[in-house]
Design a binder for this molecule. Sequence first.
Ligand code: COA
Length: 383
Amino acid sequence: MTLEEIKIRTYDRRIDRHRVEDLEQRCEVGPAESSATLIVDTMGDPTCRIRHCQIYKMLVAELNNKELVGMVQGTIKIVTVHLQHQSQSIVGYILGLRVSPLHRQRGIALSLVKKMEEWFILNHVDLAYMATDKDNEASVKLFTEKLQYVKFRTPSILVNPVSHHLMRLSPSVKIVKLKIEHAERLYRRFMGSTEFFPQDIDRILKNKLSLGTWIAYWQGDSCRTFDLDQYFPTSWAMLSIWNSGQQFKLRVGKPSLACQMYARSSSFIDRFFPCFKFPFIPDMFKPFGFYFMYGLYQEGPKSGSLMQSLCKLVHNMATKCQDCKVVVTETGGYDDMLRHHIPHRKLLSCPEDLWCIKDLKSEEKHLTRTPHPRALFIDPREV
Ligand SMILES: CC(C)(COP(=O)(O)OP(=O)(O)OC[C@H]1O[C@@H](n2cnc3c(N)ncnc32)[C@H](O)[C@@H]1OP(=O)(O)O)[C@@H](O)C(=O)NCCC(=O)NCCS
């Protein structure tokens, strides 16, 4: 087969939807040798992972004008960066790269990504970036060896199962839900200089998938009312919730029999014998949804327990949401303090999600040379 037989074109919902969904189901994402891989169920809309961004595109690769053999998605936005002469950049994010298992290692992924980069350049994108499992050899080699991306950050994906029981919240912690405008002002003020902080944070907060923003502080802390323009408590914490399960569902593929049996028995024990404290693993072999916690911020000497309280609140909300089996968040690789306060199960989490980046405008790699990595804002639209 020569590359001339492959046509790369923009996704057309009318003719491609079912074929793209079928391809997604056939492509397991994760290291080839892994015993468990993730399969995405886009619930009838293959653009569900990009359409919440203002500018997005999906490309498909078609073989001989009939068979759909590959796809890739991209989004464009303005974010905070810390370059010598710039505090903001236009960035392009590459995601959802899939090639049919029957047509791999023939240059199809390479062509798809190059075409996406051309669209980025037309739209004045400064930096292109992507995220992958660090053990996904095919993906890492493709981007770093063939496309000159450089390894940039390794944030941790933290996953906590949603059990059948509510967690107890301390009566000495006050938790308040913020109005959207109030949350926006707080985020711009306290996280505006965080790397990759999106300029359109207001759009994220107003999105119907964003369930709200909460702050926590100690009852009786120095200020009487938590007021943005006046006093702040000495210790406080904040986070927002994104209902990813309304966007798409996940399913673990290739489960071993032992894994399935463990999940089923631990679910049974958690439900009926909670006093056994058996490590609970939810059944993730059927399609499930999840809550994603974003915009996590804490300040002050006693803010760690406040962050824990907010995480418990999220867990308790998740118990009432059908199909929500886990609560997920991602923290910048450097941020051990924050990670320490977020409840998560090691077995389900990923300690190093690899982000790779490429400067589309110059050969200079200022961003990737930053000696002390800063905090990273994880955009819930890109999960
Ligand atoms: C990753 C994936 C998209 C690659 O698609 P592909 O069309 O086979 O890739 P290409 O043929 O364009 O490969 C280009 C380069 O990538 C690297 N590569 C691709 N597959 C590889 C593999 N199995 N092992 C090692 N390197 C590989 C090589 O450097 C290759 O160049 P070479 O052929 O000169 O050695 C495909 O394996 C896939 O769909 N995997 C499942 C989904 C997934 O993991 N997506 C990535 C999420 S970010």
